[in-house]
Design a protein around this ligand. Structure first.
Ligand code: ZN
Length: 510
């Protein structure tokens, strides 16, 4: 275990102490943010906004002071002079600290302030536009967001593609060209698979919507998460309007979910498995990385690979369902006693093209993401005008998914991300799916009886593998490097496509 206090560089030690201090304020902000979404009474909002803003300003000042840049440069010089191992923890500490410092200082303060005002106004307008199903109300704000995002990219020039600096904020080191090539391969194959599935008789999943008493749902989810390896001594599960995961240290990781009596699986159950995947990652980072830039995940895509792996590759597998169903029948007497393992398995894997991304199944989900990526790039390049977005959106939905939005709320206005200015975020969802299948392929190679273990409710080997190859490294490696080290191969689409074809070919008799 690396002891960062022993690194022989005064500048490194100064930097390390500053990073630790910033991390503590960041964790305090995370506690306030978590509380805001879970327990804060509605009228606490105004005071909470002031508290968070004060801490955000403090963190920004402590992160961007010229002194920090000087420590960083001196520590880098010490590293050169002393010949540190470039793959060692101290060298990687500096690499990540440099990335974060540059990102925080290359963008002028005035730009940040203006963008913050713009997106806060844009979010109000987006809500109103969505309510009235009228994109035109939001269009001028989106136009300005796109303009400002072009300016943002220029702060990081030179780049290969104008989208690269935006993507890099969420997936360090990832290039637009890499994602485009990957998505082109996926899109063609996933559209073809979807069309083949739609030509087959549909599976029945009505039993999933029978009433499951909420109090029992809560106890059951907790019991399942504990059995799968989530450590409740170092974490909690609470309720919020939108499920999320946050953490204040490796020993305090918070998950949230939501409950609805007649939609146990669509709301609480699978979203809890999803958030648990994020949470296990958070609990699995090397404790030596606490309060360093190496704590936290490698990227949003890698994080999503972990949540998707537990939610789908494990949670929607036949082996898992075989383990789960008898427990479900015991916990909810009489509710699904007449449902077979086979019927349950088919039900939780039903493929149904829908208008809404967050409700999409495994076969259609990436198609929603590809649409957004292509539109974001087209907007930045100026190839599509903001006013034309609803038309382009609807045509693409019809071409790829065979469904057409009846209004803008069901279409171009459904997601909050653009109003928050988060261009570059969407692709991480699909990258996570692709990575999850590639990781799964490596797991099955290394643990030949993995399915038998899952069917017996044994998740320890699976979790240990993820800890060993992914979790413990935190953000030490960039996503593509981490994936290659973990799986022995570069990021590629085939494992995901192979997974989809095998699984859904069997379910739908293709
Ligand atoms: Zn997630």
């Amino acid at each position: 275990m690396t002891d960062f206090t022993q690194v022989p560089s005064d500048a490194f030690q100064q930097l390390r102490r500053r990073v630790a201090e910033i991390t503590r304020y960041g964790a305090a902000m995370a506690v306030l943010g978590w509380d805001q979404e879970t327990y804060m009474p509605p009228k606490g909002a105004a005071a909470r906004a002031r508290q968070l803003s004060a801490l955000a300003q403090l963190v920004h000042r402590l992160s961007t002071e010229p002194q920090v840049g000087e420590w960083l440069a001196q520590a880098e010089a010490d590293m050169q002079a002393q010949g540190w191992d470039p793959d060692g923890d101290p060298a990687r500490f500096l690499k990540v600290a440099r990335r974060e410092y540059d990102r925080a200082t290359k963008v002028p303060t005035e730009w940040v302030a203006e963008f913050s005002r713009l997106t806060s106004e844009a979010q109000h307008r987006w809500k109103e536009a969505r309510q009235r199903q009228d994109f035109a109300l939001f269009a001028p704000y989106l136009r300005r967001i796109v303009e400002m995002r072009r300016e943002y990219a220029e702060f990081f020039a030179p780049y290969d593609h104008i989208y690269d600096p935006l993507l890099d904020a969420f997936e360090p080191g990832m290039k637009t060209a890499t994602v485009q090539a990957l998505f082109a391969r996926l899109r063609e194959a996933q559209v073809a698979l979807l069309q083949a599935i739609m030509a087959r008789p549909q599976v029945d999943d009505a039993f999933l919507y029978r009433p499951f008493p909420v109090e029992r749902q809560k106890a059951f989810v907790r019991q399942v998460l504990a059995a799968m390896g989530f450590d409740f001594q170092r974490g909690r599960l609470d309720e919020s309007a939108h499920p999320f995961t946050t953490g204040f240290s490796v020993d305090d990781v918070r998950l949230t979910t939501r409950y609805k009596e007649t939609d146990f699986f669509g709301q609480a159950f699978y979203s809890s498995l999803h958030e648990m995947g994020h949470g296990l990652y958070g609990q699995g980072v090397d404790p030596a990385y606490e309060e360093t830039p190496l704590a936290g995940g490698a990227s949003l895509g890698v994080h999503e690979s972990q949540s998707r792996l537990w939610e789908n590759l494990v949670g929607r597998s036949r082996a898992y369902v075989t383990w789960l169903l008898p427990r479900l029948q015991q916990a909810f007497p009489g509710v699904v006693d007449d449902v077979s393992v086979d019927a349950f398995y088919r039900g939780v894997n039903k493929v149904q093209p829908s208008l809404i991304r967050t409700e999409a199944d495994e076969v259609t989900y990436n198609l929603h993401i590809m649409l957004r990526l292509d539109l974001e790039i087209a907007l930045l390049e100026g190839a599509v005008d903001v006013d034309d977005l609803p038309r382009v959106w609807n045509e693409r939905m019809e071409a790829d998914l065979g469904v057409r939005p009846r209004n803008d709320a069901e279409g171009v206005l459904q997601d909050i991300h653009w109003s928050m200015g988060s261009l570059g975020y969407f692709p991480t969802y699909a990258l996570g799916n692709v990575m999850s299948a590639q990781i799964w392929q490596a797991l099955r190679r290394d643990i030949p009886n993995l399915e038998a273990q899952i069917q017996a409710g044994q998740f320890a080997d699976l979790l240990a593998w993820l800890r060993e190859h992914i979790h413990r490294y935190g953000s030490k490696f960039e996503p593509l490097e981490l994936l290659e080290r973990a799986t022995g191969a570069e990021l590629h689409a085939e494992p995901y496509l192979e997974y989809l074809r095998t699984k859904y070919g069997e379910i739908y008799g293709l």
